[in-house]
Each structure stands twice: as structure tokens, then as C-alpha cells.
Design a protein. Sequence first.
Length: 186
Amino acid sequence: MTGMVLDGVLMLLLVAALGYGVRLERKLAALRAGQLAFASAVTDLNTAAGRAEAALASLRASGQETDLLHDRIIKAREVKAQLESLIARAPAMPIRAAAAAVKDIAPTAAPTPAVAPAVKDDERALRMAALAQRIKGIAPSVARAPASVAGGNNVAAILGALTANQSAKQSLNRARRSLDEDLFAA
């Protein structure tokens, strides 16, 4: 009789061990599935970190380009302010008369000691007018200048410089739009 009781207790213990084994197997299966999901999440996180690092490097490069562009814009504004002050100081002269005065200016005016600063301004204005003519595609045709046209060439030169300034502004605007598109495209 004790043998049967012991066999019955042993069977109950075996059934309990079997139930516990099944329950443990289910928990291990869930743990394995969680481990695979975790490995997948780590791989995705690693990929996202690589993309973020590349985007950060691109952003740094764009920031440096933006700083350079900002410096150029500041310099362009300074030049614009200087040109506006020169225009404000220039004598009032019709544009056609100023253009005619530029055509009459000689590139090799001999400076006299009494009017050396005016000659330097005339030479600078002549260079600016020549630049404006090159921009417009007009061949520079410069003849000998009469001494009475001292300030007239400044106006035409300033107008030419403003034309050059406008094309530089358009170029900067194109570059800025391109930079904005590149910056926000990512």
C-alpha cells in the first residue's frame, strides 16, 4: 500500500513538473521573440544614428557656406552704402549727359598738383565706367576729355557700378535660393 501511495505522489509530482515545464517553455519562447525584436530595434537605431550623423555633417557644411555668404552680403551692403553716398554727393546731371561725358573722358589724363584728388576720382570713375561698359557688352570707346567735365564722369561711373551691383545681387539671390533649397531638401 505504501508503494502505491508513493507511486501516486510521484505521478502527481511528475504531472506538476510537466505543467511547470510547459509554462517555462512558453516564457522562454516569449523571451526569444522579445530578444529578436530588440535586435531589430537596435539595428534600426544604428541606421538612424548613421543617417543623423551624415545629416549633421551636411548641416555643418551648409552652415559654413552660409557664414561665407553672410560675409559677402555684409560686404555687398557696405559697397551699396558707399555707392549710395557717392550718388548723393554727385552733382545733379541728367543720365544722358553723364553718359556722353563718360565717352569724352581720356584714360590718360595727366594729373596736375593742384587737382590730384579730383583726377584720382576721375580715374576711378573711368575704371568703373569701363567696367560697366564691359558688363553691358559695349566696347570701350574713350576719347580725350575736356577739362570742364570733372564731376560728370562720376555719375556715369556710379550708374555703371550700380548695374554691376545689381547683377551681383541677383547672383547672390540665386546662390541663397539654391542654398535654401539644398538646406531644406534634406
